[in-house]
Structures are given as structure tokens and as C-alpha cells.
Write a protein of this length. Structure first.
Length: 313
């Protein structure tokens, strides 16, 4: 989807050359002819000067906001916002990072102004580990963890002895176990923490075997297991569709799984920066962005928390 570019209207004026051919012209007449200009020329020059001043003022007023992300997919997700922000005098510079550790460090050190790649759980862990002074300023989306299978068409077909794969990282693994509980396959202990582990399973409604695998390998492992919990981004990469899931994620309203836009806490005390960041959040939380979610990514990105104003405090 190609975005329309803004067209800048430039005014130009023609230069009027006066030719004096009368040999008998009086000196006073010649001088007057050289110094005077038609009213139309003066008006055009004045308009040009005003236009140039306005352009210079616009350039001077425009600001660049550097936004850190992980993955080229964010270029497409943020395209509508980036275009809309041009009208607000904001140049949104998308800065790509190759891992999930660097963006928060870069934000804390002032190398970028904002980042948008993580959910609340991850940010909390980063703050606990590195004492970063950064915080959420807006919600973006949630990526569902659905249950897929290439062998059965419904959860009811999963039987004793079948293997179900889940992500082996703490955050997604705990979330995956909650999905399996919602699907009626297991029951988690009541005193389990927010991110339960396999040891927190109290009982099995169906005596399945849970296999922990790297999240990015589960889509290709579906041929070897009865079913698997697949992260939305990896499902998208592998060509899986949301309507193909045999059970859909039920944790979409859990705020800790919502992705967010983060900023340095100290910047929020600067009225100009805070105002610019508010515009960035608003530009992302738009119908144009939601259309990208639905049309380009088949519902693997679901808007979450757009009714919350995290910058109101």
C-alpha cells in the first residue's frame, strides 16, 4: 500500500525587463523607469518572500523523534502514523535493532527518544534488572498465542499421550499454560504466580505431554506434535491464519501482555517533548493503523488499551 506524498506548492515570479529605446528620453524619466516596478511584480515578490519565510519557519519548528523497534514488520505497522505526523511537524525516524536487549538500553542512554517493541512484563523485568528510568506512554497492540495443529481439527480430538508444544521462555511459556487451561486440557494451581511453569500444573484433564521448544521452531514442529501454542508473529511468518487455530488465546484483556510505547521518565517533565510524544501515541492509535492490522496481517495484531491515556498524569 503506497502512501500519498504531500505536494508543496511553490510560487515563482517572472522578472520584468524594461527596455528603453527612446533616444530623446529625459534623464529623470530614465531614472524613474529603472527604480519603479509594476504593482503586480511587487505583489508577486512579496508573496514569494512570505512563502519562503513560512517554509523556513515550518522547517525550524519541525522535530525528529527517534523510535526504536525490533523487526522490519514495524516499518509497515508505523507507516500510517509516520505519514500523519508530518502534518504535525514531526519527523518519525524508525530505528531498527536486531535484538530485544538493546532498545531499552539505547532509550535510557538517550540514543533514541521512544521505543515500541515490548509488552509490560518484559519492560518490568528490564527495569528490575537494570534500574532503567523509562515508562509506558501509550498502548499499541497484543499478539495472540493461539493453539494450532496439523493433525486434529479441535481440542476435543486431543487424547491421552499426545504431545503439545509450548514456548520455552518464561513469559510466553506461562501464558501458553494459561491458554491450555482455558482450553480445558490442564488445571493450574491457584497459588501459582503470574507466569506459571509446568511444575505449577495441578492436574491434567487430558493426560498430554507438554514439550517446551524455542518459540520460533514450534510452527515447523507441528508435524511432529498433536498441537502447539504459536506466537502470533511466528504464525504469521509460517503462513498460519488466525481462523485455522483450534483454540484462540483468551488472555487478550490481560494488560501485562499488551505491547507499548516507552519513553524516558525525565523527558515527560519537558512540556514540548511530552506534547510531541502525545502526538506520536495518538497518530499510532488510529483507524488507519487498525486497518493495517486487519488487512495486512490478518488479525495477528489486535489493538489493546487505546482508551487509556497514560500521559494524563
Amino acid at each position: 500500500m503506497k502512501l500519498k506524498k504531500l505536494i508543496t506548492l511553490t510560487l515563482s515570479t517572472a522578472t520584468l525587463a524594461l527596455f528603453l529605446t527612446a533616444c530623446g528620453s529625459k534623464p529623470s524619466e530614465t531614472t524613474a523607469s529603472k527604480d519603479s516596478k509594476p504593482a503586480e511584480t511587487k505583489e508577486a515578490e512579496a508573496t514569494t518572500e512570505t512563502s519562503s519565510q513560512a517554509t523556513a519557519e515550518t522547517k525550524a519548528a519541525s522535530v525528529t523523534v527517534k523510535l526504536g523497534v525490533v523487526g522490519s514488520i514495524y516499518e509497515e505497522l508505523w507507516a500510517p502514523a509516520k505519514e500523519a505526523l508530518k502534518n504535525e511537524g514531526i519527523n518519525l525516524d524508525i530505528v531498527q535493532f536486531s535484538d530485544y536487549v538493546t532498545p531499552n538500553n539505547a532509550l535510557a542512554n538517550g540514543e533514541i527518544d521512544l521505543n515500541a517493541f515490548q509488552h509490560r512484563i518484559y519492560l518490568k523485568k528490564e527495569i528490575e534488572s537494570y534500574s532503567y528510568k523509562i515508562e509506558p506512554i501509550g498502548n499499541t497492540f497484543i499478539i495472540p498465542l493461539n493453539l494450532y495443529s496439523s493433525k486434529v481439527k479441535s481440542v476435543s480430538e486431543i487424547k491421552d499421550g499426545d504431545t503439545v508444544a509450548i514456548p520455552n521462555d518464561v513469559t510466553n511459556g506461562g501464558r501458553a499454560l494459561k491458554v491450555l487451561e482455558s482450553a480445558g486440557l490442564i488445571k493450574i494451581k491457584k497459588d501459582a504466580g503470574f507466569n506459571p511453569t509446568i511444575d505449577d500444573i495441578e492436574s491434567y484433564t487430558v493426560k498430554i505431554k507438554i514439550q517446551e521448544l524455542a518459540a520460533n521452531t514450534i510452527p515447523s514442529a507441528l508435524a511432529d506434535v498433536a498441537a502447539g501454542i504459536v506466537n502470533g508473529n511466528f504464525a504469521l511468518d509460517f503462513g498460519l491464519k488466525t481462523d485455522e487455530a483450534i483454540f484462540k488465546d483468551t488472555s487478550l484483556k490481560e494488560e501485562n501482555y499488551w505491547n507499548l510505547i516507552a519513553a524516558r521518565s525525565e523527558d515527560l517533565s519537558d512540556p514540548e517533548k511530552k506534547a510531541a510524544y502525545e502526538k506520536v501515541v495518538k497518530a499510532f492509535q488510529s483507524s488507519e493503523t487498525e486497518k493495517i492490522f486487519d488487512d495486512n496481517f490478518g488479525g495477528f495484531f489486535i489493538k489493546a488499551g487505546w482508551d487509556q491515556n497514560l500521559l494524563s498524569k
